[in-house]
Design a protein around this ligand. Structure first.
Ligand code: ADP
Length: 550
């Protein structure tokens, strides 16, 4: 048993070390590649967002700078006296709108805040005084004013650009309302993918455009506060347990901040797809490596067991041949020594018998007794001669020879060795031989050793009161002879079935079993071109089948 446990431990050790040597580098490599790839891919996505947000910022700046320079040119080059005539102002407004519809309306405000001329869709603004509006004084003093989005008198969100000019001793203000749709369009072009968003906020974190998903213009945005951003910021932030990439950049011309939001799931989807495929390939590789390792270690163990078995056989053969050489010499000597006197005794007994019948002692009342005695002498001399012949045959047992063998006879001869033992234990040795069995050319003494081992095991398994049936048959399909040894013993447990041919596997008590019998038998039968197999049923018994080619 201990040798089998050793084999199992060795098998397990080989398997785990092969497996760890192949899997650990795979794990390390996979982890390294994945982290490197995901870091650089994320950087690439964030770089893309930086480019986008800065590009949109430039577009917004350009738009406002163009509008400011246009309005400023007009205010400086046109006369206040003309501008306050709405007919004239309308012509100017039409010229401004020829290239793009960037403006909603235009108006002239004098230095007292009076709206002296107006062209646009809100005539109610005509004559309104702006002096008390919070933007009025800063706009008057700075010369240029770009508002945040506010509702004003018209109560509609809008943005104005106001340019203040001094002509002669009067100041006046040219005020134009910007078409918010154009700014919305510029911002919307930064809304990437199905879940991406983009919006503008002012320094008080108030929306200047309508976001795509939650919130509306002049409200606070749902996302984090980026209103204090002074350059460009890139961040990954969790919003309501959902991760999002943010890019924010400050637009100095308007003092707004442009915010872009992207969904990592969407932006990193090629990376996630690659990760999923990588995962599948990884699992496949692990399965294949595990299977491969298992098969390789199994093959190594089979080879190791085979080598151990062959070694056990050759050790056993050396031992047997040494023993037999000595025993054979002795047996041959004894047989020879006994054969000679036996021959003489036999001959003399024959002669005495002849004399008894020839001489004139027919009437002697002791004649019958003498005749019986001589017959008995002859019978026992014959028996003793058979014993000496068997001794001589036994002495030759280890000589490797190829001879024509009658398997039925060889089995009968083998059973002679076990008959007494079986009889003593009330075990019936039953034979069921195929009388038509062809002869085979093989090594009789080696085959005898195999039969002896297997029948002996069967007798041991039955222990007391049972039967061992030895049958032979010819399978003409496979052209082989089969010897079946069936016993009514306890059977072999399933987990032991594939171990019983291992060298040193035994379930017998120490001193009783060596665990070599079956392993040697297996080896012998294999070397003779045959095979041994076993079937067993717990509680019913086992059957060993030895197949030998004809
Ligand atoms: P040993 O007889 O010295 O134990 P073997 O190699 O001949 O060694 O047998 C190995 C083991 O196989 C035995 O210990 C026994 O457990 C089992 N075995 C062999 N033949 C039989 C059988 N006919 N019935 C039940 N168990 C058997």
């Amino acid at each position: 048993m201990s040798a089998t446990t050793d084999y199992q431990a060795l098998h397990w050790r080989l398997f785990t070390s092969f497996l760890s040597f192949s899997l650990v580098p795979l794990f390390v490599l996979g982890f390294f590649l994945y982290t490197q790839f995901s870091v650089s891919y994320k950087e690439k996505v964030l770089d893309g967002m930086r480019t986008l947000v800065e590009n949109r910022k430039s577009a917004i700046e350009l738009f406002f700078e163009e509008r400011v320079s246009q309005l400023s040119t007009l205010a400086h080059s046109l006369e206040y006296e003309n501008l306050i005539h709405e007919q004239y102002l309308l012509q100017v407004f039409n010229v401004m709108q020829t290239r793009s519809k960037s403006y909603i309306d235009i108006g002239i405000i004098d230095q007292n805040g009076n709206h002296v001329a107006y062209v646009g869709p809100h005539p109610e603004l005509r004559g309104v005084n702006y002096k008390n509006e919070e933007w009025f004084m800063p706009a008057m003093s700075s010369g240029l004013y770009i508002s945040d989005v506010f509702r004003g008198f018209r109560w509609i969100p809008h943005v104005i650009i106001a340019v203040t000019v001094r002509q002669q001793d009067k100041s006046f203000m040219l005020r134009a309302t910007i078409n918010l749709d154009i700014i919305e369009n510029i911002v919307r072009s930064a809304q990437v993918g199905r879940y991406g968003d983009a919006y503008l906020i002012n320094r008080n974190n108030i929306l200047q455009t309508n976001p795509r998903f939650s919130g509306a213009i002049l409200e606070q945005p749902a996302g984090p506060d980026f209103s204090r951003t002074s350059t460009t910021r890139l961040e990954e932030i969790s919003l309501k347990e959902k991760r999002a990439f943010f890019a924010a950049t400050y637009i100095p011309t308007t003092h707004w901040v442009l915010v872009i939001i992207e969904d990592p799931q969407e932006q990193l989807s090629p990376l996630l797809r690659a990760r999923d495929w990588g995962g599948i390939l990884f699992v496949l590789a692990v399965v294949m490596i595990t299977l491969g390792t298992y098969m390789i270690t199994r093959a190594i163990m089979t080879k190791l067991k085979r080598i151990a078995r062959e070694k056990a056989v050759s050790d056993d053969m050396v031992f047997q041949s040494n023993k037999m050489a000595a025993l054979g010499k002795m047996a041959a000597g004894i047989a020879h020594e006994i054969n000679n006197p036996l021959a003489v005794i036999g001959e003399k007994a024959g002669w005495v018998k002849d004399l008894l019948h020839k001489e004139n002692i027919q009437d002697n009342p002791n004649l019958k007794e003498c005749d019986d005695a001589v017959t008995k002498i002859e019978y026992h001399v014959d028996r003793a001669r058979k014993v000496t012949h068997r001794l001589l045959g036994f002495a030759r047992r280890m000589e490797p020879i190829r001879e024509v063998i009658d398997i039925n006879k060889l089995l009968k001869d083998t059973m002679v060795f076990l008959e007494n033992e079986a009889h003593f234990r009330d075990i019936g040795l039953v034979t069921d031989f195929d009388a038509q069995l062809p002869t085979i050319t093989s090594d009789a003494s080696q085959l005898q050793q195999v039969f002896l081992n297997i029948i002996n095991n069967a007798v041991d398994a039955v222990d007391h009161d049972g039967e061992v049936t030895i049958s032979t048959r010819f399978d003409d399909h496979a052209n082989e002879i089969q010897v079946l040894v069936h016993d009514t013993g306890p059977g072999i447990r399933q987990e032991n079935l594939d171990k019983i041919f291992d060298p040193f596997f035994t379930t017998k008590d120490p001193g009783k079993g060596t665990g070599l019998g079956l392993s040697i038998s297996y080896q012998i039968v294999e070397s003779l071109g045959g095979k041994i197999c076993v079937t067993s049923e717990i509680g019913k018994g086992s059957t060993f089948t030895i197949s030998l080619p004809v």
